[in-house]
Design a protein. Structure first.
Length: 139
């Protein structure tokens, strides 16, 4: 939901959302075929990664090996170097919604409950909180 809100907000494009795991764009197919195509167009790096590699095989070109950095993830693979074989890559495990929000804002200090996004014109906006059943229905 946060990613689709961001896509339609008119806010400046950032680099990090292209690294959001494809499970989230794939879920968009349940809502709208158009959403899925939009998500795929914005997430080509993710789709290429998933067709060629698995854990411990992400060939990152944005940092040097040994450079301290953080990955925010929604799956419990939070041991050092899990995703990219870099001993200085550390993972924070949180919800899929928070992973998406932090990728959009490109900072670990953003609080979606209190902080605002700012578009190019200086207009503030706030992301809507997810609204879903606590547990999946058994239809």
């Amino acid at each position: 939901m946060a990613m689709l809100q961001f896509i339609s907000s008119g806010l400046p494009k950032v680099a990090v959302p292209s690294n959001i795991h494809c499970d989230y764009p794939i879920e968009a197919q349940l809502v709208s075929e158009k959403d899925l195509h939009q998500a795929k167009d914005r997430s080509q790096e993710v789709y290429r990664f998933l067709t060629t590699a698995g854990a411990n095989q992400w060939y990152r070109q944005d940092i040097n090996k040994g450079e301290e950095n953080t990955i925010v993830t929604s799956y419990n693979r939070n041991f050092t170097g899990c995703s990219d074989v870099n001993s200085e890559t550390h993972a924070i495990v949180t919800s899929a919604e928070i992973v998406t929000v932090l990728a959009i804002v490109e900072t670990l200090t953003f609080n979606p409950e209190t902080d605002f996004l700012m578009d190019k014109a200086g207009k503030k906006s706030k992301l809507e909180a997810p609204d879903a059943d606590e547990l999946p229905r058994s239809d």
